[in-house]
Design a protein around this ligand. Structure first.
Ligand code: G1P
Length: 292
Protein backbone atom coordinates (compact mmCIF):
# COMPACT_ATOMS: atom_id res chain seq x y z
CA UNK A 1 0.00 0.00 0.00
CA UNK A 2 1.36 3.44 -0.90
CA UNK A 3 2.23 5.74 1.99
CA UNK A 4 0.08 8.85 2.03
CA UNK A 5 1.12 11.81 4.20
CA UNK A 6 -1.43 13.19 6.68
CA UNK A 7 -2.01 16.88 6.01
CA UNK A 8 -5.72 17.26 6.76
CA UNK A 9 -7.52 17.03 10.10
CA UNK A 10 -11.28 16.78 10.48
CA UNK A 11 -12.93 18.15 13.62
CA UNK A 12 -16.56 17.06 14.04
CA UNK A 13 -18.05 20.05 15.90
CA UNK A 14 -21.72 19.80 14.98
CA UNK A 15 -22.95 18.24 18.25
CA UNK A 16 -25.62 20.06 20.26
CA UNK A 17 -23.88 19.75 23.61
CA UNK A 18 -27.09 18.92 25.49
CA UNK A 19 -25.09 17.65 28.47
CA UNK A 20 -23.89 21.19 29.11
CA UNK A 21 -27.23 23.01 28.97
CA UNK A 22 -27.92 25.80 29.70
CA UNK A 23 -24.32 26.92 28.94
CA UNK A 24 -24.60 25.52 25.42
CA UNK A 25 -27.95 27.12 24.68
CA UNK A 26 -26.23 30.06 22.98
CA UNK A 27 -22.63 28.82 22.72
CA UNK A 28 -21.06 25.79 20.99
CA UNK A 29 -19.84 23.23 23.54
CA UNK A 30 -16.44 23.30 21.83
CA UNK A 31 -16.08 26.89 23.08
CA UNK A 32 -16.39 25.87 26.74
CA UNK A 33 -13.11 26.92 28.33
CA UNK A 34 -10.63 24.70 30.05
CA UNK A 35 -8.91 27.31 32.24
CA UNK A 36 -8.80 30.12 29.64
CA UNK A 37 -8.72 28.34 26.27
CA UNK A 38 -11.73 26.89 24.45
CA UNK A 39 -11.80 23.11 24.29
CA UNK A 40 -11.46 23.24 20.52
CA UNK A 41 -8.19 25.18 20.74
CA UNK A 42 -6.53 22.25 22.54
CA UNK A 43 -7.44 19.89 19.69
CA UNK A 44 -6.33 22.41 17.07
CA UNK A 45 -3.00 22.92 18.85
CA UNK A 46 -2.55 19.15 18.97
CA UNK A 47 -3.20 18.86 15.23
CA UNK A 48 -0.79 21.67 14.39
CA UNK A 49 1.89 20.05 16.59
CA UNK A 50 1.51 16.91 14.46
CA UNK A 51 2.23 18.85 11.26
CA UNK A 52 -1.38 19.15 10.06
CA UNK A 53 -1.78 21.85 7.39
CA UNK A 54 -5.51 21.92 6.67
CA UNK A 55 -8.21 22.06 9.36
CA UNK A 56 -11.72 20.98 8.43
CA UNK A 57 -14.49 21.83 10.89
CA UNK A 58 -17.72 19.94 10.37
CA UNK A 59 -20.15 22.39 11.92
CA UNK A 60 -23.92 22.79 12.14
CA UNK A 61 -26.58 25.43 12.71
CA UNK A 62 -25.80 27.71 15.65
CA UNK A 63 -22.05 27.10 15.54
CA UNK A 64 -21.10 30.47 14.03
CA UNK A 65 -19.05 31.40 17.11
CA UNK A 66 -16.48 28.80 16.03
CA UNK A 67 -15.84 30.61 12.76
CA UNK A 68 -15.60 33.96 14.53
CA UNK A 69 -13.14 32.50 17.01
CA UNK A 70 -10.56 31.68 14.34
CA UNK A 71 -11.13 35.00 12.58
CA UNK A 72 -9.19 38.19 13.34
CA UNK A 73 -11.12 40.20 15.95
CA UNK A 74 -10.24 43.50 14.27
CA UNK A 75 -11.91 45.91 16.72
CA UNK A 76 -10.45 44.09 19.70
CA UNK A 77 -6.96 44.08 18.15
CA UNK A 78 -7.15 47.81 17.36
CA UNK A 79 -8.25 48.63 20.88
CA UNK A 80 -5.49 46.49 22.43
CA UNK A 81 -2.88 48.13 20.18
CA UNK A 82 -4.09 51.59 21.22
CA UNK A 83 -3.82 50.67 24.88
CA UNK A 84 -0.38 49.05 24.46
CA UNK A 85 -1.65 45.65 25.69
CA UNK A 86 1.08 43.53 24.13
CA UNK A 87 0.58 40.44 26.34
CA UNK A 88 -3.10 40.21 25.34
CA UNK A 89 -2.19 40.77 21.70
CA UNK A 90 0.25 37.86 21.87
CA UNK A 91 -2.50 35.62 23.29
CA UNK A 92 -4.74 36.49 20.36
CA UNK A 93 -1.94 35.98 17.87
CA UNK A 94 -1.32 32.45 19.16
CA UNK A 95 -4.86 31.52 18.08
CA UNK A 96 -4.48 32.93 14.59
CA UNK A 97 -4.47 30.49 11.71
CA UNK A 98 -3.31 31.45 8.24
CA UNK A 99 -6.18 32.20 5.85
CA UNK A 100 -7.04 29.29 3.58
CA UNK A 101 -5.99 26.61 6.06
CA UNK A 102 -9.42 26.39 7.68
CA UNK A 103 -12.40 24.90 5.91
CA UNK A 104 -15.95 24.85 7.29
CA UNK A 105 -18.39 22.20 6.14
CA UNK A 106 -21.99 21.95 7.38
CA UNK A 107 -23.43 18.71 8.68
CA UNK A 108 -27.06 19.36 7.78
CA UNK A 109 -28.44 16.31 9.54
CA UNK A 110 -27.20 15.01 12.92
CA UNK A 111 -26.88 11.44 11.62
CA UNK A 112 -23.84 10.39 13.67
CA UNK A 113 -20.07 10.68 13.85
CA UNK A 114 -19.54 8.66 10.67
CA UNK A 115 -21.87 10.97 8.81
CA UNK A 116 -20.01 14.03 10.13
CA UNK A 117 -16.69 12.65 8.89
CA UNK A 118 -18.26 11.77 5.51
CA UNK A 119 -19.40 15.42 5.15
CA UNK A 120 -15.68 16.32 4.84
CA UNK A 121 -15.00 13.88 1.98
CA UNK A 122 -14.54 16.46 -0.78
CA UNK A 123 -12.00 18.38 1.28
CA UNK A 124 -10.14 15.21 2.31
CA UNK A 125 -9.94 13.91 -1.27
CA UNK A 126 -7.66 10.96 -1.84
CA UNK A 127 -5.33 11.61 1.10
CA UNK A 128 -4.89 10.01 4.49
CA UNK A 129 -6.47 12.23 7.15
CA UNK A 130 -6.81 12.67 10.88
CA UNK A 131 -10.00 12.98 12.93
CA UNK A 132 -9.95 14.68 16.34
CA UNK A 133 -12.95 14.75 18.66
CA UNK A 134 -12.48 17.96 20.67
CA UNK A 135 -14.52 16.61 23.61
CA UNK A 136 -11.60 14.36 24.35
CA UNK A 137 -8.79 16.43 25.81
CA UNK A 138 -5.66 14.32 25.48
CA UNK A 139 -3.09 16.09 27.60
CA UNK A 140 0.54 15.28 26.95
CA UNK A 141 2.31 18.57 26.18
CA UNK A 142 5.74 16.91 25.83
CA UNK A 143 4.47 14.51 23.20
CA UNK A 144 0.98 15.34 21.88
CA UNK A 145 -1.26 12.36 21.07
CA UNK A 146 -1.68 12.94 17.34
CA UNK A 147 2.05 13.54 16.92
CA UNK A 148 2.79 10.16 18.54
CA UNK A 149 0.18 8.53 16.33
CA UNK A 150 1.76 10.14 13.28
CA UNK A 151 5.15 8.74 14.25
CA UNK A 152 3.58 5.28 14.51
CA UNK A 153 1.84 5.86 11.18
CA UNK A 154 5.17 6.58 9.49
CA UNK A 155 6.27 3.08 10.55
CA UNK A 156 3.04 1.15 10.07
CA UNK A 157 0.96 3.02 7.48
CA UNK A 158 -2.74 2.19 7.15
CA UNK A 159 -5.11 3.22 9.92
CA UNK A 160 -4.21 4.09 13.51
CA UNK A 161 -6.51 4.91 16.41
CA UNK A 162 -5.67 6.13 19.87
CA UNK A 163 -6.89 3.90 22.70
CA UNK A 164 -6.93 3.60 26.46
CA UNK A 165 -8.08 0.84 28.82
CA UNK A 166 -11.37 1.74 30.46
CA UNK A 167 -13.12 -0.05 33.35
CA UNK A 168 -15.38 -2.96 32.33
CA UNK A 169 -18.48 -1.04 33.35
CA UNK A 170 -17.65 1.78 30.89
CA UNK A 171 -17.04 -0.24 27.71
CA UNK A 172 -20.64 0.30 26.54
CA UNK A 173 -19.87 4.02 26.06
CA UNK A 174 -17.09 3.58 23.49
CA UNK A 175 -15.80 2.03 20.30
CA UNK A 176 -13.98 -1.06 21.60
CA UNK A 177 -11.05 -2.91 20.00
CA UNK A 178 -10.91 -6.66 19.45
CA UNK A 179 -7.15 -6.96 19.98
CA UNK A 180 -4.61 -9.03 18.07
CA UNK A 181 -0.82 -9.07 18.54
CA UNK A 182 0.59 -6.56 21.01
CA UNK A 183 3.98 -4.88 20.56
CA UNK A 184 4.61 -2.37 23.37
CA UNK A 185 2.04 0.39 22.98
CA UNK A 186 0.91 -0.88 19.56
CA UNK A 187 -1.96 -3.36 19.33
CA UNK A 188 -3.07 -4.96 16.11
CA UNK A 189 -6.81 -4.33 15.59
CA UNK A 190 -8.72 -7.47 14.61
CA UNK A 191 -12.18 -6.01 15.09
CA UNK A 192 -14.04 -2.95 16.34
CA UNK A 193 -17.44 -2.73 18.03
CA UNK A 194 -19.32 0.48 18.72
CA UNK A 195 -20.82 0.67 22.21
CA UNK A 196 -21.03 -3.07 22.92
CA UNK A 197 -23.76 -4.18 25.31
CA UNK A 198 -22.60 -4.81 28.90
CA UNK A 199 -20.65 -8.05 29.19
CA UNK A 200 -20.04 -8.43 25.43
CA UNK A 201 -17.00 -6.17 24.89
CA UNK A 202 -14.05 -7.95 23.20
CA UNK A 203 -11.61 -6.02 25.45
CA UNK A 204 -11.36 -2.90 27.60
CA UNK A 205 -9.40 -0.98 24.92
CA UNK A 206 -11.53 2.03 24.02
CA UNK A 207 -11.16 4.48 21.15
CA UNK A 208 -10.58 7.93 22.65
CA UNK A 209 -11.28 10.28 19.79
CA UNK A 210 -8.12 10.39 17.68
CA UNK A 211 -7.88 8.64 14.33
CA UNK A 212 -5.52 8.51 11.36
CA UNK A 213 -7.48 7.01 8.49
CA UNK A 214 -7.16 6.15 4.83
CA UNK A 215 -9.60 7.87 2.45
CA UNK A 216 -11.25 4.58 1.42
CA UNK A 217 -13.23 4.72 4.69
CA UNK A 218 -15.26 7.49 3.03
CA UNK A 219 -16.56 4.98 0.43
CA UNK A 220 -17.82 2.78 3.24
CA UNK A 221 -19.41 5.76 5.02
CA UNK A 222 -21.10 6.74 1.75
CA UNK A 223 -23.25 3.60 2.01
CA UNK A 224 -24.93 5.28 5.00
CA UNK A 225 -25.41 2.08 7.01
CA UNK A 226 -26.96 2.74 10.42
CA UNK A 227 -25.41 1.20 13.52
CA UNK A 228 -25.57 1.73 17.30
CA UNK A 229 -28.23 4.26 18.28
CA UNK A 230 -29.54 4.31 14.70
CA UNK A 231 -26.58 6.50 13.69
CA UNK A 232 -23.97 6.22 10.94
CA UNK A 233 -21.00 5.15 13.04
CA UNK A 234 -17.36 5.81 12.20
CA UNK A 235 -16.46 2.67 14.16
CA UNK A 236 -18.55 0.46 11.85
CA UNK A 237 -16.96 1.94 8.71
CA UNK A 238 -13.47 1.51 10.18
CA UNK A 239 -14.29 -2.10 11.04
CA UNK A 240 -14.79 -2.78 7.33
CA UNK A 241 -11.24 -1.63 6.59
CA UNK A 242 -9.73 -4.28 8.92
CA UNK A 243 -8.09 -7.01 6.85
CA UNK A 244 -8.15 -4.76 3.78
CA UNK A 245 -5.63 -2.24 5.12
CA UNK A 246 -3.24 -2.32 8.09
CA UNK A 247 -5.10 -1.34 11.28
CA UNK A 248 -3.44 -0.60 14.63
CA UNK A 249 -4.26 0.97 17.98
CA UNK A 250 -1.75 3.08 19.88
CA UNK A 251 -2.20 3.28 23.64
CA UNK A 252 -2.16 6.87 24.85
CA UNK A 253 0.32 7.49 27.66
CA UNK A 254 -0.70 11.00 28.75
CA UNK A 255 -3.70 12.16 30.76
CA UNK A 256 -7.12 11.94 29.15
CA UNK A 257 -10.07 14.10 30.15
CA UNK A 258 -13.53 13.29 28.82
CA UNK A 259 -14.72 16.87 28.54
CA UNK A 260 -18.02 15.76 27.02
CA UNK A 261 -18.87 14.89 30.60
CA UNK A 262 -19.28 17.51 33.35
CA UNK A 263 -17.04 15.71 35.83
CA UNK A 264 -14.30 15.18 33.21
CA UNK A 265 -14.52 18.83 32.21
CA UNK A 266 -14.19 19.96 35.83
CA UNK A 267 -11.20 17.65 36.34
CA UNK A 268 -9.50 19.06 33.23
CA UNK A 269 -9.96 22.58 34.56
CA UNK A 270 -8.50 21.74 37.96
CA UNK A 271 -5.60 19.64 36.61
CA UNK A 272 -4.52 22.14 33.96
CA UNK A 273 -4.95 25.10 36.30
CA UNK A 274 -2.73 23.39 38.90
CA UNK A 275 0.04 23.15 36.29
CA UNK A 276 -0.02 26.89 35.67
CA UNK A 277 2.48 29.18 37.40
CA UNK A 278 0.05 32.11 37.48
CA UNK A 279 -2.94 30.40 39.11
CA UNK A 280 -1.71 26.98 40.26
CA UNK A 281 -0.28 27.95 43.68
CA UNK A 282 -3.40 29.85 44.82
CA UNK A 283 -5.69 27.08 43.61
CA UNK A 284 -3.58 24.41 45.35
CA UNK A 285 -3.72 26.29 48.65
CA UNK A 286 -7.49 26.68 48.35
CA UNK A 287 -8.00 23.00 47.45
CA UNK A 288 -5.92 21.88 50.43
CA UNK A 289 -8.05 24.05 52.69
CA UNK A 290 -11.32 22.44 51.55
CA UNK A 291 -12.70 20.13 54.21
CA UNK A 292 -13.32 17.17 51.89
C1 G1P B 1 -17.61 8.55 19.90
C2 G1P B 1 -17.27 7.30 19.07
C3 G1P B 1 -16.74 6.20 19.98
C4 G1P B 1 -15.55 6.71 20.77
C5 G1P B 1 -15.95 7.97 21.55
C6 G1P B 1 -14.75 8.57 22.24
O1 G1P B 1 -18.71 8.25 20.71
O2 G1P B 1 -18.43 6.88 18.38
O3 G1P B 1 -16.36 5.10 19.20
O4 G1P B 1 -15.09 5.70 21.64
O5 G1P B 1 -16.51 8.96 20.68
O6 G1P B 1 -15.13 9.65 23.05
P1 G1P B 1 -19.61 9.40 21.39
O7 G1P B 1 -18.87 9.88 22.60
O8 G1P B 1 -19.78 10.49 20.37
O9 G1P B 1 -20.90 8.74 21.75
Amino acid sequence: MTFRPVKTAVFPVGGQGTRFLPATKAMPKEMLPVVDKPLLQYAVDEALAAGIERLVFVTARGKGALEDYFDIARELVDSLVKRGKSAELAILEATQIEPGRMVYVRQQDPAGLGHAVWCARHVVGNEAFAVLLPDELLWNPASPALKEMHEAYEQLGGNIISVLEVPDEHTHRYGIVDPGAVDGLITEVKGLVEKPAAGTAPSRLAAIGRYILQPEVMDVLAQGKRGAGGEIQLTDAMAEMIGVQPFHALTFTGTRFDCGDKTGHMMANVALALERDDIGPALRTWLKGLAL
